[in-house]
Design a protein around this ligand. Structure first.
Ligand code: HEC
Length: 106
């Protein structure tokens, strides 16, 4: 009886030690960083458009992610939203440039 208890204890300890804790897989989620310039839009243009977007396009809803659609979709959305936001065509084009940097490709 005593012997079997010892054997049991030893095997339990051996079992416990055999299970090496798997290293916590540090989920280094590669953050999908939004670009801040493109071949056609400079960093300055990007920042200007972003500022306009944050000023005029966040009055009624949170800013929409440029990545939610391609430019064909965005042109429709911008045509619909520009009058709501009461922005000039020039401001609209600047916001469009800003969006184009991170919009989906067609
Ligand atoms: C006066 C309020 C108002 C302003 C300002 C405004 N929006 Fe909107 N927006 C709305 C409302 C309301 C909806 C949801 C209903 C709809 O789709 O018409 C919406 C929806 C959207 C959508 C989703 C459209 C879809 O069909 O999925 C996008 C994208 C968008 N807005 C972008 C913009 C951008 C860019 C600007 C700045 C130029 C802007 N909004 C400014 C009121 C506004």
């Amino acid at each position: 009886m005593k012997k079997s208890f010892i054997i049991l204890s030893i095997s339990l300890i051996a079992f416990a030690c055999s299970h090496k804790t798997t290293p916590a897989t540090t989920a280094v989620k590669e953050e999908v960083k939004n670009k801040e310039e493109s071949a056609t839009v400079s960093h300055e243009q990007f920042l200007e458009g972003k500022a306009l977007s944050l000023t005029y396009c966040t009055k009624c809803h949170a800013e929409k992610n440029p990545n939610r659609g391609n430019m064909a979709q965005w042109d429709k959305w911008l045509d619909k939203m520009a009058p709501k936001a009461k922005i000039s065509d020039e401001q609209k084009m600047k916001i469009r440039d800003y969006i184009s940097v991170n919009a989906k490709s067609m």
